[in-house]
Design a protein around this ligand. Structure first.
Ligand SMILES: Nc1ncnc2c1ncn2[C@@H]1O[C@H](COP(=O)(O)OP(=O)(O)OP(=O)(O)O)[C@@H](O)[C@H]1O
Ligand SMILES: [Mg+2]
Length: 465
């Protein structure tokens, strides 16, 4: 842990800062230096040190002035720990520094042994502070297997589900693999007719010649081997929800019969002369583009239009990446329950890393990733290192489409923009790209969170603009 701590020494006396640097580096810390208050401020913004050894008397900007600046421009929790280096007789300054939040004082010249002890003591407190500032914990409510997500795209889905109560309208749920289509189908059921049966069949898994008997059922003697009457799913589901997963794989011939069920709300079991009524709701799921399949004659067009009355498009995870934290905490709880792990928290750094992944396998991939990391974790905390098996990507930089968008800000030949406007526009652009994920935005822009916060305030940037 120790060699992860970053220490900044701000002192105009180079021989002093060199000797401290050398010594602390030999103790395993990562140490860098600045010559005065102004350089110190820049270094704090750029490097986010954990601890700053700050001289008071310096040219250009004094230690106290730097401390004042930090208090004005940084969020309190982002200000590093400060140990002031005071010369004899600096009592006045020491009082001021305390008021500005300095953690400790050392009188110059500081014996190296004393320096080490002070640094260790300070960083110990920081371990505690770090736990609060840099970790996120799941809440203590018991795990419940429901849809998670607060992104507006998810809210739209909840709203649509809300309109389904009291009717039996057919619903088509589309979305890439692993986005949560089945989850949505369950939510429809739970929010409309939870007391009725919920039946799901996967059209790709039922052999083509059996799909009709599976859904419609048959009467005794309808074919060789039909020794008794058998109820199909359309009947068994009663007033409940019948999910037809992978609807694109439904045999073409049978699609006409399904169309009839949807239109007429009745059906004939195989071999029967009397119709039966269908009382339930059909929810069809697909990760294919049904419209395209219909246009190419691979799916019946009339059935497509019948299914496509109420459509719910479940977004890929990359389009609601702001939900990643909530989902991750949810899956940590799930792992603790199902896999008997005992993960208590995850670092923000790890969450930031997960947010930069493009998640081609969507929420299922995220779930599996969290389960895998939880099982392998030696500690009760998931850190960036828990996810080494996830290969980092640099999609932002490589995506030519995005590059083109970025260029729009500079490609204004008839009106050249002031640098300030370019900066404002660009920060706004990156915020939008990351769905206002500030950690990720700061990382992409190569600035610290406090600097980003400062710019957001300065340019009056708002999420909804
Ligand atoms: N919004 C969500 N909140 C919580 N868990 C989710 C959410 N969406 C998906 N999951 C979880 O992710 C996994 C995959 O979801 P689901 O099976 O619904 O995806 P799918 O779209 O049907 O995928 P496929 O097309 O591959 O069948 C499940 O374990 C589910 O519990
Ligand atoms: Mg599914």
């Amino acid at each position: 842990m120790k060699n992860k701590w970053k220490i900044l020494i701000v002192d105009d006396d180079l021989s002093i800062s060199r000797s401290y640097q050398k010594y602390l580096e030999s103790e395993g810390y990562s140490v860098f230096t600045a010559n005065d208050g102004r350089e110190g401020y820049i270094a704090i913004e750029k490097e986010s040190p954990d601890l700053v050894l700050l001289d008071i008397n310096m040219p250009v900007k004094t230690g106290l002035e730097l401390l004042e600046d930090l208090n004005k421009t940084f969020n309190k929790k982002d200000i590093p720990l400060i140990i002031m280096l005071t010369a004899y007789g600096d009592l006045d300054a020491a009082v001021k520094a305390t008021n500005l939040g300095a953690y400790d004082f050392l009188s110059k010249p500081v014996p190296l042994e004393k320096l080490r002890a002070a640094v260790e003591r300070a960083l110990e407190t920081l371990t505690l502070k770090e736990r609060i500032a840099h970790f996120v914990e799941p809440d203590s409510t018991p795990f419940k297997d429901t849809i998670i997500g607060r992104d507006s795209l998810m809210i739209d889905i909840y709203k649509t589900i809300g309109t389904l109560k009291g009717n039996k309208a057919t619903v088509l749920v589309t979305g890439e693999s692993g986005t949560g289509k089945e989850m949505v189908a369950r939510a429809i059921h739970e929010n409309t007719v939870p007391e009725e049966p919920f039946i799901a069949i996967n059209c790709a898994a039922v052999p083509e010649n059996l799909i009709e008997s599976e859904l419609m059922g048959y009467v005794k003697g309808a074919f060789t081997g039909a020794a008794t009457n058998r109820e199909g799913k359309l009947e068994a589901v009663k007033g409940g929800t019948l999910v037809l997963d992978e609807i694109s794989e439904m045999p073409y011939e049978f699609q006409t019969k399904l169309l009839r069920v949807i239109q007429e709300k009745d059906f004939y079991p195989i071999g029967a002369t009397e119709k039966k009524r269908f009382h339930g709701r059909i929810v069809a799921l697909t990760n294919k583009n049904l419209k395209e399949l219909a246009e190419n004659g691979k799916f019946r067009e009339d059935l497509f239009y019948r299914l496509n009355v109420i459509t719910i498009s479940v977004p890929p995870l990359r389009d609601h990446i702001g939900d990643l934290e909530m989902l991750t905490l949810h899956f940590i709880k799930k792992a603790n329950l199902m896999m008997n792990t005992s993960i208590q928290s995850i670092t923000k750094e790890a969450l930031d890393f997960l947010s930069t992944h493009s998640w081609p396998g969507n929420i299922r991939e995220l779930e599996n990733t969290i389960l895998r990391a939880s099982i392998k974790a030696k500690d009760k905390i998931l850190t960036r290192d828990s996810f080494v098996f996830l290969i980092p990507e640099k999609k932002e930089q490589n995506d030519p489409k995005e590059k083109q968008n970025v260029c729009e800000f500079f490609n204004t030949p008839d009106k050249l923009l002031p640098l300030r406007d370019v900066e404002k526009n660009y920060i706004e652009f990156v915020l939008k790209q990351t769905n206002w994920h500030k950690g990720k935005t700061a990382e992409l822009l190569g600035i610290t969170r406090p600097t980003l916060d400062k710019r957001i305030e300065e340019y009056d940037l708002r999420k909804d603009d």
